[in-house]
Ligand binder design. Structure first.
Ligand code: SF4
Ligand code: SF4
Length: 135
């Protein structure tokens, strides 16, 4: 089973298309919608996690691209500003996916973008605004 966390950006002509339905039915993918937004210019953005066979994932992503949907990895929308981080560890226990971990010997925090689901729990809790979700 393969998993991919991505952000889809739709032009206005695609906003009312049943795209997630097709990903599920035609490509046999599980679609977990993490967040959705429609901007004032009627551009749609969808943050999703896709899972299924690797071949199905590749086919589903190809379908999206051919349709004209911009596909980018979720990791691009998440930023840990290491220079602001004081390694205080306040955010470590709150992270549900262990995207933020601490090396207790060195008391250094590290951030793994690939594990982050952009839940934003760490954003308000960080006293130094060291984590940004751009979505
Ligand atoms: S946004 Fe959520 S998943 Fe990502 S690092 Fe923060 S708490 Fe963890
Ligand atoms: S709460 Fe902010 S400053 Fe503290 S470890 Fe987490 S990211 Fe770094």
């Amino acid at each position: 089973m393969a998993k991919r966390r991505i952000v889809l950006t739709f032009p206005s002509r695609l906003i009312d298309q049943p795209i997630t339905y097709h990903l599920i039915k035609d490509y046999n993918l599980a679609v977990n919608i993490l967040r959705a937004r429609v901007s004032p210019k009627e551009e749609g953005r969808l943050m999703i996690e896709l899972s299924g066979k690797k071949s199905s994932l590749d086919a589903g992503l190809n379908y999206l691209k051919e349709l004209g949907v911009n596909v980018q990895p979720l990791a691009q929308d998440i930023r840990w500003l290491e220079e602001r981080c004081t390694h205080c560890t306040v955010c470590v226990p709150i992270c549900p996916t262990k995207a933020i971990t601490v090396d207790r010997d060195k008391m250094r925090v590290s951030f793994d973008k690939e594990r982050c689901i952009a839940c934003e729990l760490c954003v308000p809790i960080c006293p130094y605004k060291a984590i940004e979700i751009l979505f």
